[in-house]
Design a binder for this molecule. Structure first.
Ligand code: PDD
Length: 287
């Protein structure tokens, strides 16, 4: 794997940063995961806009235009191409931290250079498009114990990691999270959709969840396919009684869920709306 670190290309194993880097000491940074299908980044513009919004939210100035971020991501793809044919399914991890100071001090240091790091990794191919052939996820359910700025794709992921690990320790694939009003926010590394009486529902964007790029693409694809979709508050009770539940992310695409916290969803298999959604997503090209 070829990595990009501070304007240099190197083998991933050779990439080194200072232990005084604020990404290491404070989780002071933002990141992106961009899926790449057959050499083409998916929804590249949307990923770059979320990155630049995140950088501005954390007041981290990097001397790069959106065009330069896009070409950096494409360069990471190119540097990691093995042979003539592009790999089928990979993703780019792109990380920007505030950089290394000479001492540990909470306030932003002046005049330090941000650390920009990127590499490519393989992701699983998307699931088969027929609902009979797809494996469903079993997931847990827990009150969201993270912070109140979940719209920022922050590298401070301890809250997410602890929720994810709690699921892993029970042999589950994810944890769906809800707030103090028992309203679903998202999952520890995915967004959440439910199908209720023929309408696809997903929680509205606010500070409680990440504006997922896959979420955005799925909403657009559903609209293009004339499948009803609503961004609205979704309670835990509605979720548990819904006909279908899906998780979406750049690495999972749309993953159907068969059980939430031991409750069977629908008939425990991928549903009709899931199959329509995954095909609708395939028919729209996101640049
Ligand atoms: N996770 N919510 C959270 C908390 C996430 O970390 C992610 C993505 C999503 C889905 O966003 P998108 O569709 O843009 O991937 C929602 C990435 C893949 C990760 O951390 O590896």
């Amino acid at each position: 794997t070829v990595a990009f670190l501070n304007d240099q290309w190197m083998a991933l194993e050779e990439a080194k940063i200072s232990p005084l880097d604020r990404g290491f000491l404070y989780g002071d940074g933002v990141y992106e995961v961009i899926p790449v299908h057959k050499g083409q980044p998916v929804a590249l513009n949307a990923h770059v806009s979320r990155l630049t919004r995140g950088l501005s939210d954390i007041k981290l100035h990097v001397n790069k235009t959106s065009e330069e971020w896009r070409s950096l991501i494409i360069d990471v793809v190119t540097h990691n191409q093995r042979g003539d044919e592009p790999a089928d399914y990979t993703a780019i991890y792109l990380h920007v931290s505030r950089g290394a100071d000479t001492k540990r001090h909470h306030a932003f240091p002046q005049g330090i250079t941000p650390t920009v790091f990127a590499f490519s990794f393989d992701i699983p191919p998307p699931p088969p498009k027929q609902r009979e052939n797809v494996n469903c996820l079993q997931v847990g359910l827990s009150e969201d114990k993270r912070w109140k700025r979940c719209h920022i794709k922050s590298t401070s992921l301890l809250g997410n990691v602890l929720h994810y690990q709690a699921a892993a320790e029970q042999g589950l694939a994810e944890t769906i999270l809800y707030n103090e009003h028992r309203q679903v926010t998202e999952a520890s590394s995915c967004n959440v959709f439910a199908v209720i009486a023929g309408i696809v529902v997903t929680p509205p964007l606010d500070l409680q969840l990440l504006p997922g790029i896959t979420r955005l693409c799925v909403i657009q694809a559903l609209k293009s396919a004339h499948i009803p979709v609503e961004e609205r508050v979704l309670t835990v009770e509605e979720l548990l009684r819904s006909d279908e539940v899906w998780l979406t992310s750049s690495t999972k695409e749309i993953a159907p869920v068969s059980q939430v916290d031991g409750h069977l969803i629908g008939d425990g298999r991928a549903g009709e709306y899931w199959e329509r959604a995954i095909n609708a997503l395939d028919n729209v090209k996101f640049t």
